[in-house]
Write a protein that binds this ligand. Structure first.
Ligand SMILES: C[S@@+](CC[C@H](N)C(=O)[O-])C[C@H]1O[C@@H](n2cnc3c(N)ncnc32)[C@H](O)[C@@H]1O
Length: 281
C-alpha cells in the first residue's frame, strides 16, 4: 500500500526546481504550433494547500516556494514560474494554493494538446480526476505510471514531454525508473523526458548516473540543487532531474536559476548546484 502523500512536501525546494524546469520545457515546446502530449507517470492529486495541516507539519514549503514568493529580482525562468503560482493564488480563497505538475502543465498547454495522468494512490487519484473532470484534454488513470507510459508510446502526435516523478517510497524505483526510461526511449526517441530524483543516499544517484551513461541514450542534462551536505541519515539533502532531449536553451537558462536558488534556499554553507551535460550528442 502506498503511504506517500505529496501534500506534506508540495512547494518544497525539490518542487521548485522540478516545476521551473517542467514549465521551461513546455514553453519551449509550445513555440511550435503543433499538438503535443504531456505524460505525468506519477501525477499526485494536482493541487495542494500550503497552509494545510500536512504542509505545516513538515514546514517544507516555507523553505521553498513561500520564500520565493517574498523574494525579488530573480532570473527570468524562475520569475515566470513564480508568477504562474502567484496568478493562481490571486483568486478568492486560493491564497495558499500550490499547483501540482498536472495543473502547471495544463495551464501551459493549448486546446490541441493532450494530458495523460497516472496516479496509483486510491485517495489521490479520485481527487486528480475530479480536478480535471471538465477538461476534455485530460485523461486520468488510477494505475501504475511505468506501465501506463510504455502502453502510450509512441504518441500519435510524435511530440511529447514526459515527467517521471515517483516518490521513491519503494526502493526498487531507483532501478525501475532507469529501465522504464530506456524502454520508453526505445519507443519514442525524440521525446523530452524529465526524470526526477531525490538525493537521500548519494550512492544511489551515482548508480543512476552510471546506468544512464551506459544506456546508449544520448543528450542527457543533469540539473540538481543541493541545500545541505550529503550524509547518512541527513534526509533529502539535494534533488534533481535528468532531462533527456532537453531544449537547446535549457542548460543556459537553468544555470542562473540554480545559482540563485543555491543562495536563496540554502540550508547550510554547503549548498550548491550541478548543471552539466551527463551525456552529450
Ligand atoms: C512525488 S509525487 C508526484 C508529484 C507530482 N508529479 C507533482 O509534481 O505535483 C509521487 C506520486 O506518485 C504516486 N505513485 C507511487 N507509485 C506509483 C505508481 N507506480 N504509478 C503511479 N503513481 C504512483 C504517489 O501516490 C504520489 O502521489
Amino acid at each position: 500500500m502506498l503511504s506517500y502523500k505529496h501534500g506534506f512536501h508540495a512547494g518544497n525546494y525539490a518542487d521548485v526546481v522540478k516545476h521551473a524546469v517542467l514549465g521551461e520545457c513546455l514553453r519551449y515546446m509550445k513555440q511550435k504550433p503543433k499538438p503535443l502530449v504531456y505524460i505525468d507517470t506519477h501525477a499526485g492529486c494536482g493541487g495542494y494547500r500550503l497552509r494545510s495541516d500536512e504542509a505545516r507539519k513538515t514546514g517544507e514549503a516555507e523553505k521553498g516556494i513561500l520564500k520565493l514568493l517574498r523574494a525579488e529580482a530573480m532570473p527570468p525562468v524562475l520569475s515566470t514560474y513564480v508568477a504562474q503560482v502567484q496568478a493562481l493564488q490571486n483568486r478568492p480563497g486560493a491564497e495558499d494554493y500550490y499547483p501540482g505538475s498536472p495543473k502547471l502543465a495544463a495551464d501551459l498547454l493549448g486546446p490541441e494538446d493532450r494530458l495523460l495522468l497516472f496516479e496509483a494512490h486510491s485517495a489521490e487519484a479520485p481527487r486528480l480526476r475530479q480536478r480535471f473532470a471538465r477538461d476534455a484534454r485530460v485523461r486520468v488513470a488510477q494505475s501504475d505510471g511505468f506501465a501506463g507510459l510504455l502502453a502510450n508510446l509512441p504518441p500519435p502526435e510524435r511530440r511529447g514531454v514526459i515527467l517521471i516523478d515517483p516518490s521513491y517510497e519503494v526502493k526498487s524505483d531507483y532501478s525501475t525508473v532507469i529501465s522504464s526510461l530506456q524502454k520508453a526511449h526505445r519507443r519514442f526517441a525524440q521525446g523530452v523526458f524529465l526524470l526526477w530524483y531525490p538525493v537521500v543516499e548519494r550512492r544511489r544517484i551515482k548508480a543512476m548516473e552510471a546506468a544512464l551513461q551506459g544506456s546508449g541514450i544520448r543528450r542527457i542534462l543533469q540539473l540538481e540543487l543541493a541545500v545541505r551536505p550529503d550524509g547518512i541519515k541527513a534526509g533529502m539533502t539535494a534533488a534533481g532531474l535528468f532531462v533527456v532531449n532537453p531544449p537547446y536553451t535549457l542548460r543556459e537558462s537553468m544555470e542562473p536559476v540554480l545559482a540563485y536558488l543555491s543562495g536563496c534556499l540554502a540550508e547550510s554553507a554547503a549548498a550548491g548546484f550541478t548543471c552539466r551535460e551527463l551525456v552529450g550528442e
